[in-house]
Design a protein around this ligand. Structure first.
Ligand SMILES: Nc1ncnc2c1ncn2[C@@H]1O[C@H](COP(=O)(O)OP(=O)(O)O)[C@@H](O)[C@H]1O
Ligand SMILES: [Mg+2]
Length: 408
């Protein structure tokens, strides 16, 4: 299964490009589903087809889904939400507020990811196209499996403490509801499932992230930052889509300056994002609405190509073990004035860049090894760890051999 995620600033054309990709994919015979994770859904308007929180047929080989948080809560999150609302009510919160508060930010994000996981397990689709919310929300969505891991560890701890206290004082405090077995099972299952999605999303053969931009300064700046963080979270940013490019044939003097500006931005996009594969579409005379218009957009973007192909398989993280030293290289394009900090804690490497933090669970070869230092070389951050004996353990000949593999 292929997962194609379109991300970018608000209004650049993510929904239109995602819908165009999905239509083309289905026309090529791939069983395709397009999912909108933007709470302000516009996929249905773009395709001019009614969509909902459950799968709807759009065309031959094509289904669509707009995540409906209310529905997700009533189905997927029932047990967890009911425990937390009981818990909050027991702490003195009134019933209605407790119910409201038991909706965690992130539940709708997780729901979208779980749909992807279910599609993968059921083998129902060959291609999943994701139309996402503007950059900041999407970064939160994509960082979620990582953050959730941390969160679950703490939640488990908390719940276990509730159980411990309850056991000691049984019969005396009854005001705090005890989590049911079902709740604990759900929590454990959640964690497992998030691991599964994270593996899918960080496998370049499966998932490609595509950046959608317009030739405008503010759009480009936001996209550069997104690119950095996406790499940090282990996503393969595989291509860039330049949308709404004005035709050079426009001769009206009013647009002369605009065109000049555009030329400059196109050049800088090219310099900044090369060697990423580039797709391009012109500014259309009217809004891109309905299947026919979206098919024209697909034609402009992809020509006769299959847009579901993986145009790059470069993982933004790799481990190399060489002579007396092991390194973990993380691709971090456009790191400029953000402060970068890193430290290890047992088998976890924490990387903090600006406001974003990423915990990397180190592979055995690096876990527990001393952090020697780090260097930034172009777009790659190379983190050096103390050398070790795996070369020796592996037997003769393997020592000193450069070995690159994908980071888990
Ligand atoms: N190449 C294009 N030419 C003209 N209008 C476009 C083009 N791409 C998108 N649009 C229009 O721009 C608006 C925003 O596009 P949309 O795909 O909803 O962006 P996003 O999902 O990034 O917010 C829509 O009205 C859409 O029809
Ligand atoms: Mg949109």
């Amino acid at each position: 299964m292929r997962v194609i995620i379109y991300t970018g600033k608000g209004g650049v054309g993510k929904t239109s490009v995602a819908a165009a990709t999905a239509l083309r994919s289905a026309a090529l015979g791939h069983r395709t589903v397009v999912i909108s994770t933007d709470a302000a859904h516009s996929l249905s308007d773009s395709l001019e087809v009614p969509l909902s929180g459950t799968l709807q047929r759009i065309a031959k080989n094509l289904d669509g889904l707009e995540i409906d948080i209310q529905l997700e809560l009533e189905t997927r999150w029932k047990e967890i939400q009911s425990y937390f609302s009981d818990f909050l009510a027991s702490q003195g919160m009134d019933g209605v507020s407790a119910k409201e508060m038991a909706v965690f930010p992130g539940m709708e994000l997780m729901s979208a990811l779980f749909h992807v996981e279910e599609f993968h397990k059921s083998k129902k689709y060959d291609v999943v196209v994701m139309d996402t919310a503007p950059t900041a929300d999407t970064l939160r969505l994509l960082a979620f499996p990582d953050i959730a891991n941390w969160y679950f560890d703490h939640l488990f701890h908390m719940v276990k403490n509730v159980l411990k206290i309850a056991r000691v004082t049984v019969g005396r405090i009854v005001s705090t509801p005890l989590p049911s077995d079902k709740f604990l099972e759900d929590l454990e299952q959640l964690r497992e499932r998030l691991r599964y999605v994270r593996d899918l999303l960080t496998d370049p053969e499966v998932t490609s992230v595509r950046l959608v931009v317009n030739p405008e300064k503010m759009v480009i700046s936001e996209t550069q930052r997104a690119y950095t963080y996406l790499c940090m979270y282990g996503y393969t940013v595989e291509s860039i889509v330049i949308n709404r490019v004005m035709s050079e044939d426009i001769t009206d003097p009013f647009f002369a300056e605009k065109l000049e500006e555009q030329r400059k931005h196109l050049k800088s996009i090219d310099e900044m994002f090369s060697p990423l594969k580039t797709f391009r579409a012109g500014l259309m005379p009217r809004e891109v609405l309905g299947k026919a218009a979206l098919e024209r957009l697909a034609e402009e973007l992809f020509g006769k190509d299959d847009p579901t192909k993986a145009y790059s398989l470069e993982s933004p993280m790799r481990i190399e073990s060489g002579d007396g030293e092991n390194t973990l290289a993380v691709k971090l394009p456009f790191v400029m004035d953000q402060k970068l900090e890193l430290y290890t804690r047992k088998d976890v490497l924490v990387l903090q860049l600006g406001a974003f933090k990423k915990s990397i669970i180190l592979p055995y070869a690096l876990a527990g090894k001393e952090l020697l230092g780090a260097d930034m070389d172009g777009t790659w951050l190379t983190i050096r760890f103390e050398g070790e004996e795996i070369g020796r353990k592996k037997g003769k000949g393997s020592r000193g051999r450069k070995e690159a593999r994908k980071a888990p």
